[in-house]
Design a binder for this molecule. Structure first.
Ligand SMILES: C[S@@+](CC[C@H](N)C(=O)[O-])C[C@H]1O[C@@H](n2cnc3c(N)ncnc32)[C@H](O)[C@@H]1O
Length: 308
């Protein structure tokens, strides 16, 4: 990872600052010292950027300590402020059925876990509106969430939506990656929606899946969703995807720009079999697909007994 500024602040954590407050790295205490999960060391300074009176907080690096030199393909750089600003509208055009996918993801998790029970859900890549959390929380009032995302503007948007829905007390928000979470977590379930195809190369994809598997209870379900076709090999789907933008009001230049961006800007697993292979190598059993829309698919899989 190109940077390490991340931290968790719990609802019973530090007193709310009226303005930004810096915390020394010693504030990031290990699980046993705090009763809360410790985070990967390496944070020099963190800053409370947003905090509600009741609990959910975004902890993020100050500008001068923020990702200074992210790797060129750092997905956090891709999801910058301008992308975050248009995300909620554009994601619903780029993915026809965005809401349905999130609703069904919640239904699949509830079906897998058993409705009505308490559960802790890891939401990897929750930035951009925390739609997974908003949708699942409405279905299952006893679920609690840990939201992880390396992009500050995307995470800020998530925190805003969580606050609007009074979900801040049920959610911990961490700026960082799954690898920054302690490995002795045992979440009851996890989601990874819209993230995998933004990670370049198979190793990065396997790594995030392994990182999730390590933080799940045995047999816990994972919802995985994202694009899974080599775009250029599917000209009809690509053309239809362009038509979808036209249908939603984009002019020819904008459609062309969108097409160029998707072709260059992502690295999806090339097939459903490739998704299954990545899941197996990442520590999960065979996936069951429950949603599909052009290049997009959504699956549920369970942590394998022999997960690495
Ligand atoms: C397309 S958005 C999807 C957001 C949300 N899951 C949804 O369904 O709308 C992808 C998000 O993944 C985040 N991301 C990229 N790399 C990540 C990583 N290694 N771990 C967690 N999140 C990551 C990005 O910052 C971005 O906010």
């Amino acid at each position: 990872m190109g940077w390490t500024s991340t931290a968790r602040v719990s609802p019973d954590g530090h007193s709310a600052p009226s303005s930004h407050r810096r915390l020394a790295s010693t504030a990031l205490r290990p699980r046993r010292a705090t009763g809360r999960a410790g985070l990967r060391p390496g944070t020099d300074r963190v800053q409370l950027a947003a905090r509600s009176a009741t609990g959910a907080q975004l902890v993020t690096a100050p500008q001068d300590a923020a990702p200074q030199d992210p790797a060129p393909q750092d997905p956090a750089r891709k999801f910058d402020a301008s992308r975050a600003g248009e995300y909620e509208q554009q994601s619903r055009i780029a993915l026809a059925g965005y809401e349905a996918c999130h609703e069904l993801a919640a239904c699949m998790l509830a079906a897998a876990l058993g409705p009505g029970r308490a559960a802790r859900i890891l939401v990897a890549g929750a930035g951009g509106g925390a739609r997974e959390i908003v949708t699942a929380a409405a279905l299952e009032p006893r679920w609690r969430f840990t939201a992880v995302d390396p992009s500050e503007p995307m995470l800020a948007l998530a925190v805003a939506r969580l606050k609007e829905k009074d979900l801040d007390e049920r959610t911990e928000v961490l700026r960082g990656t799954v690898a920054d979470l302690p490995e002795d977590e045992a979440f009851d379930a996890a989601t990874l929606i819209g993230v995998l195809h933004h990670l370049a190369g198979d190793e990065a994809k396997r790594a995030i899946l392994r990182d999730i598997a390590r933080r799940l209870a045995p047999d816990a379900p994972l919802i995985l969703a994202g694009n899974h076709q080599a775009y250029a090999n599917q000209p009809l789907l690509l053309a239809a995807w362009g038509e979808r933008w036209r249908q939603q009001g984009a002019g020819p230049d904008e459609v062309e720009a969108k097409r160029a961006k998707i072709l260059q800007g992502a690295d999806p697993p090339p097939s459903e079999q490739a998704v299954a292979d990545l899941l197996r190598e990442g520590g999960f059993g065979p996936p069951l697909r429950f949603f599909s829309s052009l290049f997009w698919g959504a699956w549920i899989a369970r942590r394998a007994p022999d997960a690495p």
